[in-house]
Design a protein around this ligand. Structure first.
Ligand SMILES: C[S@@+](CC[C@H](N)C(=O)[O-])C[C@H]1O[C@@H](n2cnc3c(N)ncnc32)[C@H](O)[C@@H]1O
Length: 464
């Protein structure tokens, strides 16, 4: 059900995305009306959160049964019998095929009726999207509040969709979306008139419009909050115990930890991340999940290939052909992320990722051993960062061939990059717009949870 207006993007970005979704190959295949309909659905579904919350069971520490039972007993969350039933069908197999390795418990993100109040706090679109994912409002996200707001006041929170509200305003009549009610934790003066910028929770959400289960700090060591396509990436990479794996863009380390867990913590997972203050998060996650095979380095992965082909060192740069498998979960324009009520990014910023992705890809291919597997993934929906990158890679590196993916629960690749039907079938694109607004569908919950995801893309290559 649509509650919010479509995602608010700059006109040039909307036009660009429209040209992607209505490209000549798509038009020839499905016609103008269907292509336009899919594009409009994309814009709608991006501003809404997925209806299901996915957690990955930490089966290297506990049996799946223990994890599932603990999850189902989480206080405050009622998991319907239907969800319980969906666990086996929603599961993926371990490399040895003996047991279920990971399960996704589709905790629903429930839309509920919440009455709007006369006291309004306005927050930025990014902050509004975080509230829809279960966060409180942090003080820096507040743009406007009632003139006499005091700590303890009950207020309605609105997201400023176009970034037009003036900081410090006492009211706002522009385009805004209601995201729920909360209790102010500080006076207005502490937010806008203090010497130091305000920190901490500004509004504690008590009645969010979407109630989503919070797994932050809950069930550590048992369940790891990770969206479904990201869980699929680890399995598609298919790491085995004893291998040496490179995760080129690792923070916050969700996929790094999954890879190490799939390897039963035997072997080596090298995690590189360019931004220093994100490194601790990878280490914390590895520690929480008791994974010792992960080695974390702050490093620019475009420079991760050593110019000295024989020099062996523990950390980067590495000699060519150092790794059995490489994951390139690339920095991207992030246009598949949900919920996203609005973005002020320019078209130039959106387009700036492709050159970086190609540079990283060059390094990935060089660092991979012959016979090794390279998985490329993004959380965006553009052709340039997905199917066109694949077409470029196949032209640039004749040693690479596309491989089938297991599991393959998303759609195939999108038309428009000149790839053949066989090549498109080997790609995996999670396209929530294809099933958006199919309310009242009779499909089992596990199928709906598989489709109602963020927008995501996965390609798997073998280096011959
Ligand atoms: C999509 S996120 C990775 C998410 C991560 N794989 C996970 O599952 O938790 C991309 C990451 O790549 C990092 N990054 C961007 N450019 C990089 C580079 N040149 N070298 C290494 N890391 C880079 C970003 O800082 C960001 O943390």
């Amino acid at each position: 059900m649509s509650v919010f207006p479509i995602i608010n993007l700059r006109p040039a970005v909307t036009e660009f995305l429209q040209s992607v979704f209505l490209n000549t190959e798509v038009l020839a295949a499905v016609g103008h009306q269907e292509a336009e309909c899919r594009f409009q659905k994309l814009l709608s579904c991006l501003s809404h959160p997925p209806s299901y919350t996915c957690v990955r069971a930490s089966t290297h520490l506990n049996s799946l049964k223990v994890v599932v039972n603990n999850c189902l007993c989480m206080p405050g969350y009622v998991v319907s019998p239907e969800s319980k039933l969906s666990v086996p069908s929603h599961s993926l197999r371990a490399p040895d095929e003996a047991d279920v390795e990971v399960c996704d418990l589709p905790f629903s993100c429930v839309l509920r009726p919440v009455k709007q109040l006369s006291s309004e706090v306005v927050v930025g679109a990014q902050c509004g999207s975080a509230v829809l994912r279960g966060a409180h409002v942090f003080a820096p996200g507040i743009i406007a509040s009632p003139k006499y707001m005091k700590a303890g006041d009950v207020v309605s929170v609105f997201s400023d969709l176009e970034g037009k509200c003036t900081r410090g305003a006492t009211s706002f009549q522009g385009k805004k979306a209601f995201v729920g009610n909360g209790v102010a934790q500080m006076d207005r003066s502490a937010i806008f008139c203090a010497d130091e910028p305000a920190k901490g929770i500004g509004v504690r959400m008590v009645e969010p419009l979407y109630q989503s289960p919070s797994f932050d700090g809950v069930l550590p060591g048992l369940a790891f909050l990770q969206n479904l396509p990201s869980v699929v990436v680890g399995h598609v990479l298919g790491p085995r115990p004893g291998e040496r794996i490179l995760d080129m863009c690792a923070a916050p380390g969700g996929k790094t930890c999954h890879i190490a867990a799939l390897m039963e913590d035997q072997g080596e997972v090298v995690a590189l991340e360019r931004i220093r203050n994100k490194i601790d998060r990878i280490r914390q996650n590895a520690q929480m999940l008791r994974l010792r095979s992960i080695k974390v380095y702050c490093f620019n992965s475009t420079q991760a290939v050593s110019s000295d082909p024989v020099q062996e060192s523990e950390g980067p740069p590495f000699p060519p052909e150092s790794f059995d498998r490489v994951l390139l979960d690339a920095p991207c324009s992030g246009l598949g992320q949900r919920p996203n009520m609005g973005s002020t990014w320019s078209l130039k910023e959106i387009r700036s990722y492709t050159p970086l992705q190609r540079k990283l890809f060059h390094a990935a291919v060089r660092l991979l051993k012959r016979g090794g597997v390279l998985v490329y993934s993004t959380c965006t929906v553009t052709l340039a960062e997905n199917e066109e990158l694949v077409a470029w890679a196949l032209n640039t590196f004749p040693c690479l061939t596309l491989q089938p993916q297991e599991p393959h629960i998303g759609a195939e690749g999108m038309l428009g990059a000149g790839l053949s039907p066989e090549q498109l079938r080997l790609l995996q694109r999670f396209s929530p717009e294809l099933s958006w607004d199919q309310t009242g569908t009779a499909a089992p919950l596990s199928c709906r949870a598989n489709r109602d995801t963020i927008g995501f893309f996965i390609a798997k290559f073998l280096k011959n």
